[in-house]
Design a protein around this ligand. Sequence first.
Ligand code: DPP
Ligand code: ZN
Length: 884
Amino acid sequence: APLIHREDYCAPVYWIRTVDLCFDLEPAKTLVTSKMQIERNSAVAHGPLRLHGEELTLLRVLINGESVSFRQEGDELVIDNAPDADFALEIRNTCAPEKNTALSGLYTSGGGFFTQCEAEGFRRITYFLDRPDVMAVYSVLLRADKARYPVLLSNGNLLEQGALDNGRHFAKWHDPFPKPSYLFALVAGDLVAREQRITTRSGKDHLLQVYVRRGDLEKTEHAMNSLIASIAWDEARFKLPLDLERFMIVGVSDFNMGAMENKGLNIFNTSALLVSPATATDADFNRIEAIVAHEYFHNWTGNRVTCRDWFQLSLKEGLTVFRDQEFSMDMAAAPSARAVKRIEDVRNLRAMQFPEDSGAMAHAVRPDSYVEINNFYTPTIYEKGAEVVRMYQTLVGREGFEKGMTLYFERHDGQAVTCDDFAAAINDANPGSELSTRLDAFKRWYSQAGTPRVQARGRFDASARTWTLDLAQANPPTPGQDDKLSQVIPVRMGLLSHAGAALPLQLQGEDAAAGTERVLVLDKAEQSFTFVGLDEAPVASLLRQFSAPVVLDDGLTDAELLVLLKFDTDAFNRWEASQRLALNRLLPVVRSGEELTLDTAYIDGMRAVLRSDQLDSAFKALALTLPSEGYIAEQLDVIDPQRIHAAVGTMQLQLARALRDDWQAAFEANQVAGGYSADPVSSGKRALANLALQMLVLDAVQTGNDIWPGRAYQRFKDAGNMTERMGALTALVFARAGLAQPALERFHALFKHEPLVIDKWFALQGRAPELDGQVFARVKQLMQHPDFSLKNPNRARSLIFSLCLFNPAAFHRTDAAGYVFWADRVLELDAINPQVAGRLARVMDRWTKLAEPYRSAAHEALARVAAKPDLSSDVREVIDRALN
Ligand code: DPP
Ligand code: ZN
């Protein structure tokens, strides 16, 4: 497959203005008739009409009702002599939904029909100009057996439905909004719906529906509530109303992504939709609220205004992630709960996006080229893209940002546009802002890959009573980008006295201090800021709220970090101090291979966090959770996964032991009584109780004490919700308690009819801390379990991704067996589902940084996969980039 370049974008030679689709749905062979109204694009030179089509059987092609000569060139249907004037094109073809294991296009799952068209799945349904800048008005007629498929859905409004001969029936749908083909959807199946009628602020009535399989209805209440809250939020915050009479969500258990924002007919992975207290954790409840919101928000940022081409993917994804993150923070409400959400988002960014930025697949938020667009639904496009949008808001202010959004929709509603158009709208709405003087430099966030490094050092001048902050930035080379230009980095900051007081901030040349927090804008390679009126060298709290996606080296000592941990008004930086203190203990021993011994300063600091009556439980749990092994690896030039694992294990154990009494007190103080609610306070308590229990069981197993494992097992059995049940089970499994095995068996027996819970069961075993190869051996054994299947993406991910992506010590083995396992699974999966295989292939992104013997063995495994001649373009691109 060829490399596609952003610079080669050309407007289409033809537009498709309307399309009438008719489906005769049969699993083995579905007949598709498509009637399109086509118009030549007078703005570009004449050329043949080239329609995309993959894995289709073509039956006929008519123009204005007459047959026409055409050619098939690879995956394109080419018509050389299309009329100059507007014309009607009719195409008839079949596709085979039942054989579609790639889950792209039209496929079957659990006896129903579903579609997934983003990015390029529509061409697997019928021949089309399958590109986002071709927007058409769709009418859809569905015909199917009534008994097997009583529910027939497509985008927009239902016009008509009725019976046909032979037990079949039909439904006719019309979507009034022009849309790109990637937003097309249809669903046919035996489904039931939770329904809710709402009246929005503007006084319009809407019907909301969540369709699932019979038996899952009770698990849709939270999704419905989240949808209603999302609608209200978008209207209140951005004045963006629901524009459809009917808004539907459908759950499906075979799905490549989390969910898909098809116009008026969102399709969701059941793992991103269904929750109940008994089957889902607090984290699941939060995640589902965020995903429902995300897909709903796409209705404006993505659907009403879409992307001109796939290089602009972050235009909709980065912006929509930003919107769902803001929504979740507003839902969390309390300042401390907002901070917890921000910490979780940053932790996720660092765990997923930073490694991407320093690996073989590093790419800009707006990439310059790709082979397979499916490989670019990445943390960079999504999460880093969201950080870029957040920086706009930081630079122009919250109101300025809202004005910018309003201008963006005024200018571009109904259009397919670019990241530059978005930047222009935000900027033009905010003349004279911090952004307007440096817009071009700011836009380097779109074009330059890599995570900038910011160095900060302070100089105190006692006689002048000034403190000067010297900032410097550098962005390390990434593939294809050796030299980078300076980026625009907003540094939200404050200064503290050593006693913890927030100091007034007055820059040299200013008349008076302006508060105790401000945003400095770093846009040069080196820049200094001098603060006046200071009696002592302050402790700098920089990059508050994580105001830019950079790596900060602030040179703070442990003593200064402890001041921040205790006194910073910025909760994010308090948490950051806890993580830095942990890293300062872990990194030296990982580098030297020496034994780790925790010092009292650290232990006392952590004890103070645990005992604090000001901090809330959710924050405590985050501060006392050690950095992940992946994040530690990120800090090192040469990675030895086994050494990292050993150091973290030792530190965990010492922390468990040193704070035993406090863990016990925390466990007892954080019990939640009464009915289940996933609110921030209750879920924070459960998070801390679960962490405390994990520490207590860990310590007990090491000292041969049975009390805590016994209590954990009891809690596991009696738990009234999945968060506590899973917490207790995790504590037993992670500590390798004797009761872990019976608990796992019991858990499986309890939930054998709940696929989403069985996914958790596999995942827990796949990410258990490795010891002597037992976890790896167990995963191989679980591959043979009757419940395991590679065909269902959730199941494949639960076991295999848990091991390969999230369990470095079980995966990176000196005998290379982990890599052999990986290569086998990539090849196996590639034959079934290239998108999922492509994601698994990404595990080796950073193989060149591994220590020996891992590095050579990883290379060998990569070479083995590369040698396979008929790899999908998904896997081929990832492997080629890893090897070059
Ligand atoms: N469904 C994916 C998302 O919402 C792709 N658009 O991010
Ligand atoms: Zn999205």
